[in-house]
Design a protein. Structure first.
Length: 128
């Protein structure tokens, strides 16, 4: 994918509901789906990709009405499994109404079988 300043690695794609995202810790750790459809790259791979140098996270969103939005974070890092894949994002820019990832900054990853906070996995399924 080429947008903005160069090549990008897709770490998640959700487009048509064909892939179930209510998954286990192991599934999120290793990844699931396929590159031509819905996918989650895997927390271990995301950690390795973000472990060296400065990384940018770009989130592209398209609504059902085909309105397009993006959020970009100049600094993006995911820790390793020993820190439960803690998310670090910083320096937001974009055309969304607000910085929705700021709330999740510093949070550990959670899934239905490994809830790292206050039972958020019960309602939100999985994520930061």
């Amino acid at each position: 994918m080429t947008l903005g300043s160069g090549g990008w690695t897709v770490i998640q794609r959700r487009q048509d509901g064909s892939e179930e995202f209510d998954r286990s810790w192991t599934d999120y750790k290793n990844g699931f789906g396929n590159m031509s459809g819905e996918l989650w790259l895997g927390l271990d791979k995301i950690h390795r990709l973000t472990n060296s140098g400065q990384n940018v996270l770009r989130i592209n969103m398209t609504t059902k009405n085909n309105d397009q939005f993006y959020a970009e974070y100049e600094n993006f890092f995911v820790s390793d499994e020993s820190e439960q894949y803690k998310l670090d994002v910083d320096n937001y820019s974009g055309n969304t109404d607000y910085d929705s990832m700021a709330y999740h900054n510093g949070y550990k990853f959670y899934t239905k079988d490994k809830d790292n906070d206050d039972k958020c996995a019960d309602t939100k399924k999985g994520g930061w």
